[in-house]
Design a protein. Structure first.
Length: 238
């Protein structure tokens, strides 16, 4: 879950409905992702993940109903301006809307599918560490977000490496322009875990961690999508 929250403003009555092309694109990605999301050791295959384009106070998240993504043109003006500002730090994102599309309708959409498949894999485990792993996944937000970024990185590296490389290069430029929210001498992961809810109310600060997690996942030694999935039954999020 990308818990980047904001105060949702009242929308005008003529707000257009969710666009069919966005939904169709994400449903196509979900279908392809699901067809490849198997964990032989668990005899596990991913259940279908319903996709919703609905703007709420969280831009992108997964719950028991499926995956939810916001529409850029329904976000409050300050949030739209934030993405416009982020795009200005890149050389290939012409607008905040274009950056948002690459981030949330592609990379972080697969990230959310990573949460969906991770939840299913945890429930399918039969080992003695299952309950501890589930509890850790809920409580260790840094490890949970990093693991789903690993899933998305591995998937995009196999399906569109040029897109992934371009997006991560943009993330490096954007993050370099953001103030580092980690206090001097503090451990990044500990600070994030201890301040998760508070950070979710600060788009710039949460964004810094969000981008950092993707960059770290990308910079790790590359693993295949299948390898990352095969490691899920042994990953305890501690």
């Amino acid at each position: 879950m990308l818990a980047l929250a904001f105060a949702l403003l009242a929308l005008s009555s003529d707000t257009p409905p969710p666009t069919a092309d966005i939904l169709a694109k994400e449903q196509s990605i979900e279908k392809q992702f699901r067809s490849e999301a198997h964990i032989p050791a668990l005899k596990f295959s991913m259940e279908p993940a319903p996709v919703y384009i609905n703007t709420t106070p969280m831009i992108s998240y997964t719950d028991d109903k499926g995956v939810h993504e916001a529409r850029f043109d329904e976000l409050p003006p300050p949030i739209q301006s934030l993405f416009d500002n982020w795009a200005s730090h890149t050389s290939d994102q012409p607008s905040g809307s274009a950056l948002f599309s690459d981030m949330f309708y592609k990379f972080f959409f697969v990230h959310e599918l990573g949460h969906w498949v991770t939840g299913g894999a945890l429930e399918a485990r039969q080992d003695t560490g299952k309950q501890a792993a589930i509890k850790n996944c809920w409580n260790n937000h840094w490890k949970a977000e990093l693991e789903t970024n690993r899933i998305s990185v591995a998937w995009w590296r196999e399906h569109d490496p040029a897109f992934l490389a371009k997006l991560v290069a943009d993330f490096r430029k954007i993050q370099a322009a953001l103030p580092n929210p980690v206090p001097a001498g503090a451990d990044m992961q500990t600070f994030f875990a201890a301040n998760y809810e508070k950070l979710g109310q600060d788009p710039q600060a949460y964004g810094w961690f969000l981008l950092q997690s993707v960059i770290l996942a990308y910079d790790e030694p590359p693993k295949s999508f299948q390898t990352v999935l095969d490691e899920l039954p042994t990953y305890n999020f501690d």
